[in-house]
Design a protein around this ligand. Structure first.
Ligand code: GDP
Length: 360
C-alpha cells in the first residue's frame, strides 16, 4: 500500500496527530492490518460523490479511498550519524512513498521546544539537514563506484552526471524534491538510490488559533516550503474531533473557524502529492472509490480490483460522475448517450464511474 511517513522534531505534536489518525482508523473498520501494525494510521479520503452514487444505486455501504500514514519515530539532530534511533529511523523512512513533516507552529509555554523556541523555519532546517546528510552519504558511496563503471563503459555517464548534480544541490543545503524542477534534475536516473529528500514532501504545520486565523502568516509559511504542499491543522483539536460523532465534530470545527477537518485536508493533500486519483464503481451492495495513479489505463484500473480483471480485460462501460449525477440514473445516462464503451488504451479520468467487462 502507498504510505506517507510522518517525521518531525520531538514535542511538535506527532504523537497527538498520529493518535488522531489511528483513532480514525477504528471508524474505517475495513482495514484489519491497521490493528496488527500499530504504527499505521489510515484516513478515508472524503468524497461526497460516493454519497450521491449510493443514493442513485441504493447501495448498502460506501467505501472511500484511503491514505495510510506511518509513524516514523524520532528524528533528532545527528540522526544521520546514528544519534537517537538513527539508522533504524532512516530504514523506516526509506520505505515511505512520501514524507509528511510535522512542524510546530503553536505557542504554549507548557510545552517545551527542544531547541528553546518556536521557530518553524529553523525546525524544518534541522530535519531537512539530517535527511540531506543521509542522502549525501548515499551519494558519496555510490558515485566512486559508478565512476569506475563508467570508465570501463559498464554504466551510463548520464547517470553519473545526474548523481553529481544531485550532490551539488544537497551540498548547497537544498532537498532534491525542492530543487528538482528548478534545476531540471533527472529523477529517473536517481530512482534506484531511494534518496530520502527526493520523496514528495508535505509540511504539516501544527498550528494554534492565531496561525489558523491568519491567512498572511499561512501564506508566508506556504512560500517558505514551496513547491512542497503545506497543510495547517491543530493536532490537539484533531485528536478531540475523532472522539465526537459527526454532528458534534462539525459544530466544533465551525466554532474553531475551519470548514474542513485537518485529517481530511491531510488525506487530500497526501493523495495529490502521491500523484493519485480515484475512479468509482457502484451497485446495490456498495459504492466504492478505487485508487489509481494519474495516467493509468482502463486495464490497469481494472487490475486494482483484481489482477484477473486486468489480464482478461475486454472493455469498460464508463460515464463521468458529473453526467451520471445530472442524468439521475444509469438508464437515463444511457438514454442521453453519456455512457461510453472504452477499450484497453483508454486513460482513466478522476471520477469515472466504471463497469468492467472481462474474461476469466
Ligand atoms: P511529539 O513528541 O512530536 O510526538 O509530540 P506530542 O504529540 O507528544 O506533543 C508534545 C506536547 O505538545 C504534548 O503535551 C501535547 O499535548 C502538546 N501538543 C501537541 N499538539 C498541540 C497543539 O496543537 N497545541 C498545543 N497547545 N499543544 C499541543
Amino acid at each position: 500500500a502507498l504510505t506517507i511517513g510522518i517525521v518531525g522534531l520531538p514535542n511538535v505534536g506527532k504523537s497527538t496527530l498520529f493518535n488522531a489518525l489511528t483513532r480514525n482508523t477504528v471508524l474505517a473498520a475495513n482495514y484489519p492490518f491497521a490493528t496488527i501494525e500499530p504504527n499505521i494510521g489510515v484516513v478515508n479520503l472524503p468524497d461526497p460523490r460516493l454519497d450521491r452514487l449510493a443514493e442513485i444505486h441504493g447501495s448498502e455501504r460506501i467505501l472511500p479511498a484511503t491514505v495510510s500514514f506511518v509513524d516514523i519515530a524520532g528524528i533528532v539532530k545527528g540522526a544521520s550519524e546514528g544519534e537517537g534511533l538513527g539508522n533504524q529511523f532512516l530504514a523506516n523512512i526509506r520505505e515511505a512513498h512520501a514524507i509528511a513533516q510535522v512542524v510546530r507552529a503553536f505557542d504554549d509555554p507548557d510545552v517545551i521546544h527542544v531547541d528553546g523556541e518556536v521557530d518553524p523555519a529553523s525546525d524544518m532546517e534541522t530535519i531537512n539537514t539530517e535527511l540531506i546528510l543521509a542522502d549525501l552519504q548515499t551519494l558519496e558511496n555510490a558515485i566512486p563506484r559508478l565512476e569506475k563503471q563508467v570508465k570501463i563503459k559498464k554504466a551510463d555517464p548520464a547517470k553519473l552526471a545526474a548523481m553529481q548534480q544531485a550532490q551539488t544541490v544537497l551540498e548547497r543545503g537544498d532537498t532534491i524534491f525542492g530543487a528538482a524542477e528548478r534545476e531540471k534534475l533527472e529523477l529517473d536516473q536517481l530512482r534506484d538510490l531511494s534518496l530520502l529528500t527526493a520523496k514528495p514532501f508535505i509540511y504539516v504545520f501544527n498550528a494554534d488559533d492565531g496561525v489558523l486565523g491568519d491567512e498572511a502568516k499561512q501564506q508566508q509559511l506556504r512560500d517558505l516550503v514551496a513547491p512542497a504542499d503545506a497543510v495547517f491543522l491543530d493536532a490537539k483539536l484533531e485528536a478531540e474531533l475523532v472522539e465526537l460523532d459527526e454532528e458534534e465534530a462539525k459544530e466544533m470545527l465551525e466554532m474553531s473557524g475551519q470548514d474542513e477537518a485537518g485529517l481530511d485536508k491531510l488525506a487530500r493533500t497526501g493523495f495529490s502529492t502521491l500523484g493519485l486519483q480515484t475512479y468509482l464503481t457502484a451497485g446495490p451492495k456498495e459504492s466504492r472509490a478505487w485508487t489509481i495513479p494519474v495516467g493509468a489505463t482502463a486495464p490497469q484500473a481494472a487490475g486494482v480490483i483484481h489482477t484477473d480483471f486486468e489480464r482478461g480485460f475486454i472493455k469498460a462501460e464508463i460515464v463521468s460522475f458529473e453526467d451520471l449525477d445530472a442524468a439521475g440514473s444509469m438508464a437515463d445516462a444511457k438514454a442521453a448517450g453519456k455512457v461510453r464503451i472504452e477499450g484497453k488504451d483508454y486513460v482513466m479520468r478522476d471520477g469515472d464511474v466504471v463497469e468492467f467487462r472481462f474474461n476469466v
